[in-house]
Each structure stands twice: as structure tokens, then as C-alpha cells.
Ligand binder design. Sequence first.
Ligand SMILES: [Zn+2]
Length: 75
Amino acid sequence: MSIKFTQSCPICGRRIDVRASLLGCTVACQHCGAEFTANANQSCPAGREHSDELLARVEKALRRAEAAAAVEAEV
Ligand SMILES: [Zn+2]
């Protein structure tokens, strides 16, 4: 079962159903196809995951650069 909430599209003004898991995410209007942020005062869980993943990747790259610098320093 997915929890939904209803919001009106800021472009066409029609009511659209948005899954609760998409709160704060960019969604497309079912009627006009316009993209907007669903309930913008919430933060998107998918976006959070994404930035966590991005952060982890950046951290990994930093560590690799540090390790490479350490090897260079030893030589
Ligand atoms: Zn619309």
C-alpha cells in the first residue's frame, strides 16, 4: 500500500496524486507533464540518499588522492 497525498499542480492547477515517498522530490504533473517539487518544505528522501552516495564517492576520491600523495612523499 502506498500512501498518497493530493497537491494541485502549480502550472495547470489540477489536483494530482503524489506518493508520500516522493515528498520533496521533483515530480511530473499527470495532466500537463510539468515538473515541480512536491511539497517543497519536505526534503526528498531519494535526494538525500543521492547526496549521501555522492559524499561517499567524494570522500573515497579524497582518500585515494591522499594515499597517492603519501606514496609520492615516501619516494
Ligand atoms: Zn499540471
